[in-house]
Design a protein around this ligand. Sequence first.
Ligand SMILES: *[C@@H]1O[C@H](CO)[C@@H](O)[C@H](O)[C@H]1NC(C)=O
Ligand SMILES: *[C@@H]1O[C@H](CO)[C@@H](O)[C@H](O)[C@H]1NC(C)=O
Ligand SMILES: *[C@@H]1O[C@H](CO)[C@@H](O)[C@H](O)[C@H]1NC(C)=O
Ligand SMILES: *[C@@H]1O[C@H](CO)[C@@H](O)[C@H](O)[C@H]1NC(C)=O
Ligand SMILES: *[C@@H]1O[C@H](CO)[C@@H](O)[C@H](O)[C@H]1NC(C)=O
Ligand SMILES: *[C@@H]1O[C@H](CO)[C@@H](O)[C@H](O)[C@H]1NC(C)=O
Length: 350
Amino acid sequence: MLLFRYILFLYTTTIYAEVHIKQQNNVQKILHETLKKERTSPPSIKIPYKKEYGDVTVNPHNFTFISQPEPCEGNETILVTAHSATQNFQRRSALRNTWANPIILEKYLPKGHQSKLIFILGLPSNSSEQTLINYEQEMYGDLVQVNFMDHYRNNTYKAIYNMKWISSYKGCPKAKLVVKVDDDVIFNLQAFSSFFKNFTDTLGDSFKLSSYFIAGNIGESGRPQRDPASKWYLSRKDYKYDTFPMWLQGLTYFLSPRLAKEIYNLSFTTPYIFTDDVYVGIVAGRVDEIRKYPFNQFYSNSFSRLAKQSKYWNKKPYVFYHSHSIEDFFRLWCLSCNPATCDWCSQAKV
Ligand SMILES: *[C@@H]1O[C@H](CO)[C@@H](O)[C@H](O)[C@H]1NC(C)=O
Ligand SMILES: *[C@@H]1O[C@H](CO)[C@@H](O)[C@H](O)[C@H]1NC(C)=O
Ligand SMILES: *[C@@H]1O[C@H](CO)[C@@H](O)[C@H](O)[C@H]1NC(C)=O
Ligand SMILES: *[C@@H]1O[C@H](CO)[C@@H](O)[C@H](O)[C@H]1NC(C)=O
Ligand SMILES: *[C@@H]1O[C@H](CO)[C@@H](O)[C@H](O)[C@H]1NC(C)=O
Ligand SMILES: *[C@@H]1O[C@H](CO)[C@@H](O)[C@H](O)[C@H]1NC(C)=O
């Protein structure tokens, strides 16, 4: 009896929530169906879509770059590409003036590395915002703009066209590492400096040879959000499997330009889902020779509150922090900033 109740509980709550139970009291039938479905339920999946779609285009897209940044100066090895929403002028400015600024970042990179910062955005819905973006491009020359409407449901297009831009852009011939970030991430540069050494040591030859690699906050067993009330809801029609082959946090991840190209290529044969990091994880999982490097312990994502984050900033520093507001971004940044050299930090009241 207990076992039956347990199975019924599973049946009605988690596993087959969407199956409508009409005959609650038909014990035999429910039990029978539960066991039958258990056997035929979609398996966990290591490489989704590979077999089904092969070369079939299931995600047609053909957007255009309407604006592109200035080429590299010549020797940049690291491309920092930030997903940004069109209206996030302040966020972009914050990145340009803090850790992602090439002059600042390069001080924390090993000799021989130079970086370039670019932002990728879609189209705003309002033309005065586009006018501001045009000024911004004239001023900084660091925007990639693609002609889809900027909306979180279109974030996967942002990822796909970021990959396309990286792999087709001839402006940075020496780039061998892509650092994909969201515009609200903040790097603790002191900690990043040793992280980067560990990172390149760990990658060894695959870094030098620019083979297919991805590194970041990576999990093996993500599950799709099946609660229709959630912002991240994915129906079984959107994604039919019960697990993701790889879970990748979008906040910051690293990949080779060669992998970027392959992800762009495979995007046509991988059904669209709007959660861009999950999508990139799924597509990357289809690349046979992919090497995955989980650096999860360097991410502070378990802390949401500024107070907690700042407590850890100097004592046991994580490398990658998420800032909920632009104010928090600067407060965290100022923790690592010498007040003598950035006077605006004294006003930030850390
Ligand atoms: C994409 O669109 C461009 C024009 O915007 C067109 O020239 C090109 O043929 C299209 N490519 C595909 C694959 O549909
Ligand atoms: C690029 O590096 C080479 C040698 O490593 C150097 O001669 C050249 O001046 C550098 N170019 C720029 C634009 O820094
Ligand atoms: C248009 O965009 C600008 C800049 O982001 C914003 O200040 C303004 O409120 C927007 N106007 C409308 C009608 O949404
Ligand atoms: C995504 O972009 C396309 C192309 O611009 C647009 O038609 C669509 O409305 C956008 N989606 C959302 C949810 O805004
Ligand atoms: C993807 O790569 C394969 C093999 O290199 C090639 O045959 C195919 O045309 C590419 N597809 C696209 C959409 O670029
Ligand atoms: C370097 O990174 C690896 C992989 O995340 C980790 O296991 C190792 O402890 C790190 N070493 C140092 C010195 O941080």
